[in-house]
Design a protein around this ligand. Structure first.
Ligand code: SF4
Ligand code: SF4
Length: 108
């Protein structure tokens, strides 16, 4: 019997991941030009553990790999955390997070 919680499979993860990578690539090449990659729009990003795949014992490092700011996302034992002092609020991590419910909250 189901407890109402949706199981997140490896297949779901890769399907979401590839979808986001494809959308990101399409957006970046819109009009044949690259968009600026790190335009600050927000004050900082925050990772919501209850939605983050890494917090649920799934491997995910998309945000830390794609963040353009050195030290803005620190990963300890596979768990990412945003350093608000280093984060520029560009929103790239939010755009690329493959979790079923986006785990990155952007604060104004
Ligand atoms: S990209 Fe999203 S799901 Fe993946 S580690 Fe970062 S916050 Fe978690
Ligand atoms: S918003 Fe996300 S991607 Fe951009 S600097 Fe902050 S942590 Fe890195």
């Amino acid at each position: 019997m189901s407890d109402g919680k949706r199981q997140f499979s490896r297949r779901d993860f890769f399907s979401n991941f590839l979808k986001h990578v494809r959308e990101d690539a399409e957006q970046r090449t819109e009009g044949g030009r690259d968009r600026p990659s790190a335009e600050p729009k927000y004050r900082t990003a925050v990772i919501q553990g209850r939605y983050c795949l890494a917090y649920q014992n799934n491997f995910c490092s998309v945000c830390s790999e794609r963040c353009p700011e050195e030290g803005a996302i620190v990963t300890e034992r596979g768990i990412p955390r945003v350093d608000a002092d280093a984060c520029t609020g560009c929103g790239i991590c939010h755009d690329l997070c493959p979790a079923p419910r986006n785990a990155i909250l952007l604060l104004d």
